[in-house]
Design a protein around this ligand. Structure first.
Ligand code: PNS
Length: 167
């Protein structure tokens, strides 16, 4: 029987506990879940792609059916290469819905064989985003409990400041 493989794509700059929660839920639903870190064209990411991959691999090193990989180009092409029939996305609130619906329908048009599945993170994380995590840290606040310990450490190493936010 063929494996039921899902892709969980994103920027993960950085990985938050909201992402971790979705990946754990996905790993229970699918035979394999591939965390696809987008090699994006964003001008000033905080973490390099290898740093983001390294973090996710460390966090999930004891989860045998979680793979961490990178991709560029169209997500549906990547899904085909990975033999994945599902794209997983987390939906936190109504505000996520419009962007997610556009992407899901565009991806369906590009490849009707790949289905997007939305999952809700635990309510504790519904307000957590990578962008806000960076902002809070840069302004001297604590993100303890909102990101994995390793991410907290790596954020500390980056020595973020007000200036970082302007970059
Ligand atoms: O975590 P993010 O930044 O919201 O993730 C966005 C992501 C990676 C899912 C999206 O940018 C993406 O799929 N990019 C790949 C390019 C692509 O396939 N675009 C057309 C489909 S909408």
């Amino acid at each position: 029987m063929s494996e039921n493989i899902a892709i969980y794509p994103g920027s993960f700059d950085p990985l938050t506990n909201g992402h971790v929660d979705i990946i754990q839920r996905g790993s229970r639903l699918f035979d394999r879940i591939v965390v696809g870190v987008l090699m994006n064209l964003e001008k000033s990411p905080l973490f390099t792609v290898p740093e983001r991959v390294d973090i996710a691999r460390s966090v999930f090193r004891e989860w045998p059916n979680v793979e961490v990989d990178t991709f560029d180009g169209l997500l549906v092409d990547y899904a085909r290469r990975k033999r994945a029939s599902v794209i997983v996305r987390g939906l936190r609130a109504i505000s996520d819905f419009e962007y997610e619906m556009q992407m899901a329908l565009m991806n369906r048009r590009l490849n009707p064989d790949v289905e997007t599945v939305f999952m809700m993170p635990a309510e504790t994380y519904t307000y957590v985003s990578s962008r806000l995590v960076k902002e809070v840290v840069a302004l001297g606040g604590s993100v303890s409990g909102l990101v994995p310990r390793l991410v907290e450490e790596r954020l500390r190493d980056k020595k973020l400041s007000h200036e970082t936010l302007k970059a």
